[in-house]
Design a protein around this ligand. Structure first.
Ligand SMILES: [Zn+2]
Length: 124
């Protein structure tokens, strides 16, 4: 069961990495990301990485250049938050997106956020 993840795609080695915490902060709160080239970044896809982190590929509306935002792996605190939700009998949501909430999806043996591609634990 692959849940529609595009894990077979080759790594986007031609994408330009987006650096800085601001990009992450804005991404987690679903704000528009501005391209370093002056346009708006349109999200193309989210990919779970083999080490548990995630990556998001964007295309700049002004330059058509592609950018990649690396999403850091789950912290111990993130994983605890997910386990607490499971203990309460809830379907866990991603500990990083608060508005709107994002339910974690099962991807093999892991719970993965469809918006950041990060693994947050195992299904209950
Ligand atoms: Zn997330």
């Amino acid at each position: 069961m692959v849940n529609g993840w595009h894990t077979q795609e080759p790594a986007s080695s031609d994408a330009i990495p987006l650096k800085g915490k601001d990009y992450l902060k804005r991404y987690y709160t679903s704000q528009h990301l501005e391209s370093p080239m002056g346009g708006v970044l349109h999200e193309l896809r989210v990919r779970p990485e083999s080490d548990g982190s995630g990556s998001v590929l964007f295309e700049c509306s002004a330059s058509s250049l592609r950018y990649e935002l690396r999403i850091p792996k789950a912290t111990r605190r993130d994983k605890e938050k997910v386990r607490e939700q499971q203990k309460e009998g809830r379907d866990p949501v991603c500990p990083r997106h608060e508005d709107p909430l994002e339910k974690l999806l099962r991807n093999g043996d892991h719970l993965v956020c469809p918006r950041c591609g990060v693994r947050y634990g195992r299904p209950a």
